[in-house]
Write a protein that binds this ligand. Sequence first.
Ligand SMILES: C[S@@+](CC[C@H](N)C(=O)[O-])C[C@H]1O[C@@H](n2cnc3c(N)ncnc32)[C@H](O)[C@@H]1O
Length: 307
Amino acid sequence: MKTEIKQINSFNEEALKLFNDKGIGNAEKVRRIMQLTHDLASKKFSDLTILDLGCGEGVYTLEAGLRGARVTGMDGRDNRLRFGKEVALNHGLNNVNFIVDDVRNLTYEKYGTFDVVYLLGLLYHLDEPEIFDILKNIYSVCGELLIIDTAIALSTPITLVHEKKEYYGVKYIEHEEGDSDDLMINKRIMASIGNNKSFAFSKKSLVKYLNELGFVTVLECYSPIENNKTESRITLVAIKSEKEKIASYPWLNDMTEDEISNKLKSTLVIPPFALKHQYTFKAKVKMLIDKWLAKRGYELKIKLKDK
Ligand SMILES: C[S@@+](CC[C@H](N)C(=O)[O-])C[C@H]1O[C@@H](n2cnc3c(N)ncnc32)[C@H](O)[C@@H]1O
């Protein structure tokens, strides 16, 4: 168990007003991220390096900084970030550093590595195909934990193929063609930078890609509780680690995730309650056919979207 002196310093009135103006719904979000960092990072705050991508005014950057972590807050909008810089300055937080940069410029060569990376409220403001490379670069700068808070697609009209694997999600419009820079950069301060449309992964596809990158364990957070969290908004913790080899089923160790999934189709057991409620008619028929074929060494080429 990590031991840490719980010395929570406080922010001045001006800073508290800045955070409150941002919306009180944010309170539970900040609590959740600090708790996850405390509980899941291998070191105590004061020994951690943290990168907060798309940090906005830097509420997470500052909160972690107050706990002694060496934190870099990065955002493409100086007009948000400068408020955070001011707070850091006023509180003498020399361990906190704010950088104006586009997450597209994030590379291991330019920034090195951080124990923990926060990707909070930014992922769904990025578009495909670059979203794949951006996540890959985030993986390369991440030492142990990536904490993601993001909107996810609940319907999946878009299929993307990246490195021969399929991912599903939805695209949405953030800026219209011809919108002024002033509108896009200074007025829509929460929105995307440099892309008019953005792509949101489904939860399953996002987890699949994180796993492909090498975040072997991906956890979803339910507690600390966030009262306003809807089904389309999730917090994930992706842990960078080595895959465990298992002795009890050694055949599994050298297979890809797709190979494992195909092998397991023949052993699929569909509980009666799931048959009744959980799947569409098409999905149920496909599952039964898949199971029948897999037992005979074949597979059906028609793919239903696995959200
Ligand atoms: C919804 S806000 C989230 C802010 C903060 N992380 C939070 O949760 O309070 C999204 C932030 O990402 C920033 N952003 C959007 N696209 C970006 C990009 N390509 N590179 C860097 N920052 C970006 C925006 O300026 C904005 O501050």
